[in-house]
Design a protein around this ligand. Structure first.
Ligand code: C2E
Ligand code: CA
Ligand code: CA
Length: 529
């Protein structure tokens, strides 16, 4: 299979995976959202029905409250008042007079020739009022043949099914129950009969039972509860278009993300290929800059660190942190290190021959540490350039390996060959104070995370002082990195011990020509005898 096809297959796979994942996430999110929306609708509906039921109960109560008990029951005046109240009320269909479980007269029927036996109430409420449901009695002539009667004292109030108005909604059912929490009984006064027990009715919350969602709400003022319900299957049926929309949106988002990731991976792959080609062809897109390292007290330039720069095909400058780690991951960092060794010993050969106290620092990656071919190359180039190995400082960092044994062995081997060894980015990797006495290094390069704290009250601010003291007591040289301000320089210069520093306060990394000029300017003229 050609590389082109392989690269495109990877892009296709990642994009497909992204869209599948996106669809699944979109579906799931849609599912959760719609379920939440359905629950909330059910709850709103239950509260609406409850408000209506409360209004009805208020109306019944007001009938009982207004009823003048001083009148002789079933007298003409009594009947007249009952009729006025019945006509005034939208929901009360009839009002009657009872005694000892018998109805004697009503607004609608007048005086009954024979008293009517009311039978057993469906529920006795906590205050003693009685509820008769599904009543098919003379009173029902006022409605459709069946109704609910509430009786308090000697007064009956009839509500029929139309009293409850039009509360129906598509897919959703409701049930209104009168309850007695003491006797733990209830009776249905409106709506459809739902297969739920007293516990669910009184619960006042949402629950899913056997494929249906239920929501119960109980009145704060009356012994009435409402339960609403919807089949979960109906929720999905009615919201299918939304569900499909969510899945499609998720799929599209996943597809886009997958595409971005795939293209990013491809770009990274192609970037590391570009870099490898640039290194192998000694391309001008690669250059080495040198950042001066100075004696912080005298300001004399004692050395320079080689720092690689690279611009890709589009001319964009790629940050070294990025392309170095890319080369480390792809496995050709040793080619980068070789490139820098060749370029730097050639660039600075003359300077190093002229000034034996001048040190060239070269960064060594973790995987370079045990690479003998690399050190052969270094030896050959150092010899060819006519410089002394002690003028080369190899900067070791241990960001990618925790193997202290490996670091220690590499240090021993390099020191034996006459090179200086500096621990780079000191303080942030393995290179903590507790290890430094075990490592036979010439210097530590304190990371700029610590120089940044000079003059601030950062938590780690005191650590820099401790590092300097410790290094001093162990006889290890110190280079402080990232010195950017005069405050930082003055602090270091005031320490009283010889210290080296590197940073923008002194100089940015320079081309070889600019470095020569810089050295000429910062080296004090030799005194004539
Ligand atoms: P490093 O070895 O710690 O190099 C010092 C970095 O700090 C350089 O960044 C330098 O430009 C920057 N720097 C110097 N003075 C200051 C300052 O005052 N303030 C701030 N904020 N930064 C300062 P650069 O060149 O971007 O390099 C980043 C890292 O890339 C280096 O960190 C090193 O780990 C790696 N690197 C660069 N060139 C090479 C190389 O040739 N080989 C290897 N293996 N790694 C390299
Ligand atoms: Ca370094
Ligand atoms: Ca460093």
């Amino acid at each position: 299979m050609s590389k082109w096809i392989r690269a495109h297959t990877v892009v296709c796979y990642i994009t497909l995976l992204g869209s599948l994942l996106g669809t699944a996430i979109g579906f799931w999110l849609g599912h959760v959202m719609l379920l939440h929306a359905a629950k909330s609708n059910l709850s709103t509906y239950a509260q609406e029905v409850m408000r209506n039921a409360d209004d009805i109960a208020d109306e019944i109560n007001s009938v009982f409250a207004q009823y003048p008990h001083i009148l002789a029951p079933c007298s003409n005046q009594d009947l007249a008042i009952m009729q006025v109240q019945t006509f005034r009320s939208r929901r009360v269909k009839d009002i009657g007079r009872t005694h000892d479980g018998k109805l004697y007269c009503s607004a609608f029927l007048g005086r009954l020739p024979q008293p009517f036996e009311e039978g057993t109430p469906s529920l006795v409420l906590m205050g003693g009022a009685k509820v008769y449901t599904n009543v098919r009695v003379a009173l029902a002539a006022a409605g459709d043949g069946r109704g609910t009667v509430v009786e308090a004292g000697d007064v009956d109030v009839l509500l029929n099914s139309t009293s409850f108005g039009n509360w129906e909604r598509p897919h959703v059912n409701y049930m209104v129950e009168a309850t007695n929490r003491e006797t733990r009984q209830m009776t249905q006064i409106a709506g459809s009969t739902l297969p739920v027990g007293l516990q669910t009715v009184l619960s006042g919350r949402s629950q899913n039972i056997r494929g249906s969602m239920y929501r119960s709400v109980c009145s704060n003022t009356h012994p009435v509860c409402v339960v609403t319900t919807e089949l979960v299957a109906d929720v999905w049926r009615s919201t299918r278009p939304t569900q499909i929309g969510c899945s499609a949106m998720g799929g599209f988002a996943g597809l886009s993300l997958g595409l971005v990731i795939a293209l990013f991976l491809r770009r990274t792959r192609s970037l590391s290929r570009q870099l490898l080609i640039a290194v192998r062809s000694n391309s001008p897109s690669l250059s080495v800059l040198y950042q001066p390292i100075l004696d912080v007290r005298t300001g004399q330039c004692l050395g320079a660190e080689a720092l690689l720069r690279w611009t890709d095909q589009t001319g964009a400058s790629i940050p070294p942190d990025l392309f170095i780690s890319m080369a480390e991951e792809t496995g050709f960092i040793h080619e980068i290190t070789s490139f820098v060794i060749l370029r730097a010993t050639r660039d600075l050969g003359e300077l190093l021959r002229m000034r034996e106290d001048f040190t060239l620092s070269i960064n060594i990656a973790a995987s370079d540490m045990g690479d003998e071919r690399l050190f052969d190359l270094l030896r050959v180039n150092v010899t060819l350039a006519g410089i002394h190995p002690s003028q080369i400082a190899l900067e070791l960092t241990e960001r990618s390996t925790a193997d202290l044994g490996l670091v220690r062995a590499a240090i021993q081997s390099l020191r034996a060959k006459g090179y200086k060894v500096h621990i780079d980015d000191f303080g942030i990797g393995f290179s903590s104070l507790s290890y430094i006495d075990q490592l036979n290094v010439n210097a530590i390069k304190i990371d700029r995370a610590f120089s940044r704290t000079i003059g601030t009250d950062a938590m780690i601010a005191p650590i820099l002082g401790q590092m300097l003291e410790m290094a001093n007591s162990l006889g290890v040289d110190v280079v402080v990195e990232g010195v950017e301000t005069v405050t930082q320089r003055d602090y270091l210069a005031g320490k009283g011990t010889p210290l080296q520093a590197q940073g923008w306060y002194f100089s940015r990394p320079l081309s070889v020509d600019a470095l020569r000029l810089y050295i000429a300017q910062t080296t004090p003229p030799k005194l004539l005898n």
